[in-house]
Design a protein around this ligand. Structure first.
Ligand code: C5P
Length: 235
């Protein structure tokens, strides 16, 4: 199972902690996710540090605001030539198109826009608690993914449960990025979890590994264990 399908989430509040994992994984992983914990702590300068180390960046700020604000924020993000960045599909079709408009105003398109569908920390019960309306979760994710595709986005974040159907509906080139990867069932905030093997078998283009790696005493070994499981299950 290939390492280039792995993105490691640098969910830390300092560059020092984040760079320790980056260095620990040297030679194995070169794609890292910067979410808003690290981004709020270190700002755009951390992106430059990663770029100097020749790492690919997934900037996961999940932009969710009025179209004009998202357009302007996209313009700023594009200055940093990250590989991918996220916006929230629930911000609406107009918002997604505003982000794309900013992208299309640049001659050489440097980044892919990825839509967050329904957070993997939500299940149907949590959605109902929040919205007071029942949704069939798979249908909602598929609906949002289809809207993202129709709006021109490059892909979506979704769980392994939804990846296969998204590929069927939106085509194989529409990227699916799957977080909430767990080797075994543990109690935490993620609800729609999957094993790496299930994510890849469902058609995910990338898996995002967070705490499974970043909380490990031996991140390299944990990464190898996760990928071995995926390779073994593939046979
Ligand atoms: O530690 P864990 O493996 O749960 O980390 C998952 C990472 O993926 C976190 O950085 C989280 O912000 C991110 N993410 C997610 N669900 C989404 C989008 C991003 O868990 N829908």
């Amino acid at each position: 199972m290939s390492f280039d399908k792995v993105i490691v989430a640098l969910d830390f509040s300092s560059a020092t902690e984040a760079l320790k994992i980056v260095d620990d994984l040297e030679g194995l992983v070169d794609f890292f996710k910067v979410g808003y914990e690290l981004f709020l702590a270190e700002g755009f300068s951390f992106l430059n540090i990663l770029k100097k180390k020749n790492k690919k960046i997934f900037l996961d700020l999940k932009l969710h605001d009025i179209p004009t604000t998202v357009y302007k924020a996209t313009k700023l993000i594009l200055n940093y030539q990250v590989e991918m960045f996220t916006i929230h599909t629930l911000g609406g079709v107009e918002m997604m198109k505003a982000s794309l408009k900013a992208l299309r105003e640049i001659d050489e398109v440097p980044s892919k826009i990825i839509g967050v569908t329904v957070l993997t920390s939500l299940n149907e019960e949590k959605l109902y608690e929040t919205l007071n309306t029942s949704f069939e979760l798979n249908s909602l994710v598929l609906h949002l993914a289809t809207r993202a595709y129709q709006s021109g986005l490059h892909g979506v974040v979704a769980s392994a449960n939804e990846a296969k159907k998204i590929k069927e509906l939106c085509g194989k080139d529409f990227l699916v990025i799957t977080p909430a990867i767990r080797a075994e069932k543990i109690q935490d905030d993620q609800k729609r979890v999957s094993k790496a093997s299930d994510a890849f078998q469902s058609g995910a283009d990338y898996i995002v590994l967070g705490r499974a790696i970043t909380l490990s005493k031996n991140p390299r070994q944990s990464l190898l264990d996760i990928l071995n499981e995926a390779a073994y299950r593939k046979q």
